[in-house]
Design a protein around this ligand. Structure first.
Ligand code: CAA
Length: 248
């Protein structure tokens, strides 16, 4: 698919990977619907995008009614060619921590919060996007998974959600092909984002030492993969691993 003049939705576009992807899509001639939890979260993108064709949406992707309302606006604006299902949160913590006889466990609300955004939100956006794309000329759905989908220390909730994202990617690649919709995913490793910067320094040091390239990935290295998936019409049903060679 030629990126130029395509209508793209990027969730979690206010910062980090989502903002980078939105900007790179705009620089490559696409128009972008940028979504984040609030309009205030999108201020930085607004500044960077200047006069480029971007529409801003405040939407909690875990809220079905809010997602439907956003897609009604996108439909009213003409339709959608590309969804980048990027929005995600972390609530890292151990399932169980016993220290000096004191037992601490992962709160259910931390488990559910991550599942709601990272799994349910991805489902809701993909479902509405697919319905819109099927009415048009098809399209591409790109889910942002993670290296953590294999099961990562301190990420019971996030790993479970990202493994589910991979499974949904395969399922949708099979179900949606007949509507000319491709679906693929990207599994980033540890990337230079605020999310990774929030990891305790001693934990991050250990992780970086295990990356064969001995550095974090850059956001543009993930964003470039988004462009590649859009442009290569034979990519479908696969998760591309961009992680510097790290295995967790
Ligand atoms: N492998 C093995 N052991 C580990 C470990 C690892 N990866 N990480 C920590 N440990 C050990 C610690 O050394 C420590 O051992 P001792 O009890 O013997 O001292 C024990 O596990 C407990 O660790 P902490 O002291 O760090 O426990 P904590 O409760 O203070 O913090 C934690 C737990 C929040 C999970 C913290 O370890 C952490 O932040 N880890 C990093 C989690 C991570 O990788 N998050 C990725 C965020 S970025 C992202 O998600 C994007 C993406 O797609 C990759």
């Amino acid at each position: 698919m030629d990126i130029r003049n395509k209508r793209c939705l990027v969730t979690g576009a206010g910062r980090g990977l989502g903002k980078q992807m939105a900007m790179d899509l705009l620089r490559n001639g696409a128009s972008v619907h940028a979504c984040d939890i609030s309009l205030a979260a999108l201020e930085g993108l607004k500044t960077d995008a200047r006069d480029l064709p971007v529409m801003f949406h405040a939407c909690d992707i875990a809220d079905e009614a809010a997602v439907k309302a956003m897609f009604a606006k996108i439909s009213g604006d003409g339709g959608l060619d590309v969804l980048v299902n990027n929005a995600g949160i972390t609530r890292d913590g151990l399932l169980l921590k016993v220290k000096d006889g004191d037992v601490k466990t992962m709160p259910l609300q931390d488990f559910k919060a991550v599942i709601d955004v990272n799994l349910v939100g991805v489902f809701l956006c993909a479902r509405e996007a697919a319905a819109l794309m099927a009415k048009g000329n098809g399209g591409v759905i790109i889910n942002i998974s993670s290296i953590s989908r294999a099961g990562n220390f301190g990420q019971t909730n996030y790993s479970a959600a990202k493994a589910g994202v991979d499974a949904m990617t395969v399922t949708w690649s099979k179900e949606l092909a007949k509507y000319k919709i491709r679906c693929a995913a990207i599994a980033p490793g540890y990337i230079n984002t605020e999310m990774v910067a929030a990891i305790k320094p001693e934990a991050l040091e250990k992780i970086t030492a295990q990356i064969p390239l001995h550095r974090l990935g850059e956001m543009c290295e993930i964003s470039r993969t988004v462009l590649f998936i859009i442009e290569n019409d034979f990519v479908n049903g696969k998760t591309l691993e961009i992680d510097g060679g790290l295995r967790i």
